[in-house]
Design a protein around this ligand. Structure first.
Ligand SMILES: [Zn+2]
Length: 279
């Protein structure tokens, strides 16, 4: 696969909690959630540490065990990262660092994929463009979300409602009837959307954190338009269009959202052999 990607933090004062990693045969995007500092996490390491360690371990397993299922790789990765901080951190804390995950892997003429929570996979195949994400987390606390959206992002009133929403999301994290993310429970990997397609059926695919998928949420275009932007303007071009829309609606009246800017990551994978580069 030929892969290009870009990632950009949503804030100048907070580290990017998205993580992206690619080889010629596999790619993954993680979108970490640390939550508001007011709520605490029980972890001395933080969310960037979590996504870096989980992402590198999952990629390592995919490279050293080429036939491993993506769910097994993710499950083992979660177990390995959990073991890294079980002695130092309170892993029972419902705000322990977590992450959404999307993985694409080429293996034996097939493309395997895994989508956990609201990171997005877009597949451009013979039946057109289809999009996969599990947005159960967005269905939690609709009445809190409605109240939050009446206030401008960054105001004390908006933040108070956001804390209530995150608390409710944490209460239902990795529980049946709730929503599933990578955190400390390896079984969450088996709640992901997974599948496999003949590689010839997919010309290209995109992996996006929800901060980059805002392009569609903001109705700047549909999924086919997003793929066109990625192809013609590249991953940075897509993120720039999202930032423009966020700047144009700084107070969140037209585009209600939990954060004014979000960390954003976009990756484009074009299938087929990489060609030698010639001058
Ligand atoms: Zn920790």
């Amino acid at each position: 696969m030929r892969i290009t990607f870009a990632t950009a933090p949503g804030s100048e004062s907070r580290p990017n909690e998205d993580f992206v990693l690619a080889s010629t045969r596999a790619a993954l995007v993680l979108d970490g959630a640390g939550g508001p500092s007011e709520l605490g996490s029980g972890c001395v390491h933080g969310t960037p540490w979590y996504v870096e360690n989980l992402g590198t371990r999952v990629m390592g397993l995919l490279i050293t065990h080429p036939g491993i299922s993506l769910a097994d790789a993710l499950s083992q990765g979660i177990s390995q990262v959990t073991a890294l901080h079980t002695d130092t951190c309170d892993l029972q804390n419902p705000g322990s660092p977590s992450s959404t995950v999307v993985v694409l892997r080429e293996h034996e003429q097939r493309l395997d994929y895994l989508v956990l929570s609201d990171t997005v996979l877009v597949l451009d195949g013979p039946d057109g463009i289809r999009q996969l994400a599990d947005r159960r987390v967005d269905e939690i606390g609709p009445e809190i979300r409605d109240r939050m959206n009446r206030f401008r992002p960054g105001t004390p009133e908006h933040q108070a409602e956001r804390l209530k929403l995150v608390t409710e999301q944490r209460r239902l994290r990795n529980r049946l009837g709730g929503h599933w993310v990578a955190a400390t429970a390896p079984e969450a990997a088996y709640q992901a959307l997974t599948g496999s397609l003949p590689i010839g059926d997919v010309g290209q695919a995109a992996l996006l954190s929800d901060g980059a998928a805002r392009y569609v949420d903001f109705e700047l275009g549909g999924w086919p338009d997003l793929m066109t932007v990625l192809t013609k303007q590249g991953p940075e071009g897509l993120i720039a269009l999202v930032r423009q829309a966020e700047d144009a609606d700084a107070d969140g009246t037209q585009l209600p959202r939990t954060k004014r800017y979000d960390d954003a990551t976009a990756l484009l994978a074009v299938t087929g052999q990489a060609r030698p580069i010639r001058r």
